[in-house]
Design a protein. Structure first.
Length: 691
């Protein structure tokens, strides 16, 4: 046994190969795995891929990898009466077979990947089949000939056929055997909890069927022909009253390889298959070095919360989203109220998030998303149902998602809310799914999808494309939260209209009824919500300045009349915020700038319509600037904050400081002014005086 490490990460996150070679037959098994797999996962791979088909080995030869030297590994094989032998450095005679196979495996993979290094796992079954068909020097025959007595030409030759077929498999009989094989649906029983692979339907059942309401991730299958004779007994043993336990049934080719079955006809046997669609990405939790498992006792709950907890745990178990756990990790559970008054179960992953390596995948800027909507007049909004739960967690990271409750210890097999990297992973998935349509007619922000069009006919086609894409990817929407064929739509706290955007009235109602802040935390909450809409407020920083000072470190909290005026003015400005236009083309941009002893402010306009307001308070050193420098700083601030609009196009800048008209021709400049002048030369701009 040995590991091949350092391979490019595949789509599902595997980066290593577990190599096992039989000393007698030279039969080799190449099992893809994760480098981070612990010894229990390696043991599971051994049982699933080796012991299951060939029984318990008498001896195992391996190097001194920490996994093979662990107490668990030694005790496991000791209980099975298997002798463990370990190789030593510079002595290839002890484990030389595996090292030679590793080199051969590397050469074969390089020959088939053709530059697509991350696709090595897709070619691994072909490489393994080809390796077994080559004559081995030491035994003078192929591994297939040693094990099966003949050298197969195709995988069909390895199906469990009767002996007379094996001895008399000419061309006509082979064709007949293939035809019969395609007339059957073979199901193979897997150990509960193992990953399920894809089921390929070979024949439609010519019998009446019934429809039952069930979750989208649970399918009801009826077995028609050719099932294992032991399947009926096992399925009947699982048929109990109450919730159905997770049982996986698979019909992949690899599970049929070298498996002897007694095929009998069992008509009308119904079995339930739980599955999760294979995605391009899985969710992983990478921890900081030297991190130890963290476990926190459960929080106490009210009787109503305990009742809700029991129901939600039952629902998650039935859907297959969670499973019982024995993980050393454990996070507490709490409930928060939804808008409709119901309770949402949340896992407090704050301690886990502190030791998790952060995913740096960028979330889109809200302003950039709205800029795409210029000229659109028809909108539809789709909100996904259980979007996070459509992404699987890497097998080696499932124990880290464990949570503790009064009713047991559980862990998520799908991505859960509250994990620090969940938004980034799901945003990555959504961008991959809708990549051809982004910036054309689709806006995606995590699990919110906005479709926009310029006409009804165009919108019908766009909507059909998006819904078909969701169907292909097995993503489902909350119908009660979806809206279609709208002239204006509420999206991300804004209302989008045909001629611009405005603040969502639901948010302004909250702002209108906001009580006076009593602590610095209350002020931060007010400024956080108000700051989200600062582009709608002219002079936002100057208005909020008295409240901002109370949030500074070591500042005494004293609510003065000036703070009250600031608070009320800010509320009035947000409640009566104007409708802002969206940029239309690359021409006609105008910027108005101004400065005071409190802060800098500017307005961006196009074709006489306001696009955005911007402002900020003066820094400590800027309070000593002369008036000329403050006015010039306002111009620089405007060009920096709206660079994505103004760079590369002509812009007219208006200021109430007349001397700035001659800024490009002035000779006596200090170092700061020279630096700013070099920055201004990057823009095609004209400075005008506006009293």
């Amino acid at each position: 046994m040995d590991f091949v490490l350092g391979l490019p990460r595949t789509k599902i996150g595997r980066d290593s190969i577990f190599v096992v070679v039989d000393r007698f037959s030279k039969m080799a098994y190449f099992i893809p795995c994760h480098k981070c797999d612990d010894v229990s996962n390696v043991a599971s791979l051994s049982v699933e891929n080796l012991v299951k088909f060939h029984g318990i080995p008498q001896t195992i030869v391996s190097d001194r990898d920490p996994k093979f030297l662990s107490h668990f590994w030694k005790k496991l094989w000791g209980r099975l009466s298997t002798k463990l032998l370990f190789s030593t450095s510079c002595h290839p005679q002890t484990d030389g077979q595996t090292e030679v196979v590793n080199r051969t495996l590397g050469s074969m993979l390089r020959a088939v990947v053709h530059g697509k290094l991350a696709s090595w796992e897709e070619h691994l079954p072909l490489v393994e089949f080809s390796y077994h068909r080559v004559i081995h020097r030491t035994i003078g025959m192929t591994p297939f000939e040693v094990v099966y007595g003949f050298n197969p030409l195709t995988p069909l030759d390895l199906t469990p056929l009767s002996q007379d077929f094996v001895l008399n498999l000419d061309g006509s009989k082979r064709a007949e055997a293939m035809k019969k094989l395609h007339e059957k649906v073979w199901f193979h029983l897997e150990h509960p909890g193992f990953k399920i692979r894809q089921i390929t339907v070979v024949e439609e059942l010519q019998v009446p069927s019934t429809r039952a309401n069930h979750s989208s991730w649970v399918d009801l299958w009826t077995v028609g022909k050719a099932v294992d004779s032991n399947l009926k007994k096992l399925v009947q043993a699982w048929s109990t009253e109450g919730p159905t336990d997770r049982r996986f049934i698979d019909a992949s080719w690899s599970s049929l390889r070298a498996t002897k079955m007694d095929h009998r006809s069992i008509e009308g046997l119904s079995v339930m298959v739980l599955w999760f669609m294979s995605r391009e990405i899985d969710f992983g939790i990478d921890l900081l070095p030297d991190t130890q498992p963290i476990s926190i006792p459960p929080y106490r709950m009210a009787p109503t919360e305990l009742k809700e907890l029991k129901e939600q745990l039952k629902d998650l178990l039935e859907k297959g989203f969670i499973r019982p756990s024995q993980s050393p990790w454990g996070a507490p559970v709490l409930f928060v109220k939804k808008k409709d008054g119901s309770l949402r179960m949340c896992i407090d992953y704050r301690q886990l998030n502190r030791v998790t390596v952060k995913n740096k995948y960028p979330l889109p800027r809200i302003d950039d998303l709205f800029d795409q909507l210029q000229g659109a007049s028809h909108f539809s909004k789709i909100d996904l149902r259980s979007g996070y739960h459509q992404v699987k967690v890497r097998e080696c990271d499932i124990p880290k998602t464990a949570f503790r409750t009064r009713y047991g210890h559980y862990e998520f097999v799908v991505m859960s809310f509250g994990l620090t990297n969940a938004p980034a992973i799901f945003m990555d998935l959504m961008n991959r799914i809708f990549k051809p349509y982004l910036d054309s007619f689709v806006v995606v922000f995590i699990d919110d999808i906005l479709i926009y069009s310029h006409s009804e006919e165009e919108h019908m086609g766009h909507l059909r494309v998006v819904l078909e894409r969701l169907r292909e990817e097995k993503l489902y929407a909350k119908y009660e939260k979806c809206e279609f064929w709208l002239k204006e739509v509420a999206f991300l706290g804004h209302v989008v209209l045909g001629d611009g955007i405005k603040v969502d009235p639901k948010k302004t109602d909250v702002i209108r009824n906001w009580p006076r802040p009593l602590t610095p935390s209350d002020i931060r909450s007010v400024l956080g919500l108000a700051g989200y809409y600062r582009r709608f407020v002219n002079g936002f920083s100057s208005i909020a300045s008295p409240m901002t000072k109370l949030t500074q470190k070591k500042a005494k909290f004293e609510w003065t009349d000036e703070c009250e005026r600031s608070f009320q003015t800010l509320k009035d400005k947000l409640v009566s915020a104007p409708i802002l236009s969206l940029p239309d083309g690359l021409e006609g941009f105008v910027v108005y700038c101004d400065a005071s002893r409190v802060g800098l402010g500017c307005v961006l306009m196009q074709n006489g319509k306001v696009i955005a307001y911007a402002s900020r308070q003066l820094k400590v050193h800027e309070k000593n600037y002369p008036t000329h420098d403050l006015e010039l700083a306002a111009v620089v601030f405007a060009l920096k904050i709206w660079r994505h609009y103004l760079y590369g196009v002509h812009v007219d800048v208006f200021t109430d400081h007349k001397s700035l008209q001659y800024v490009f021709t002035q000779k006596d400049l200090n170092l700061r002014q020279r630096r700013w002048l070099e920055f201004l030369k990057d823009y095609d701009m004209s400075v005008h005086y506006h009293p």
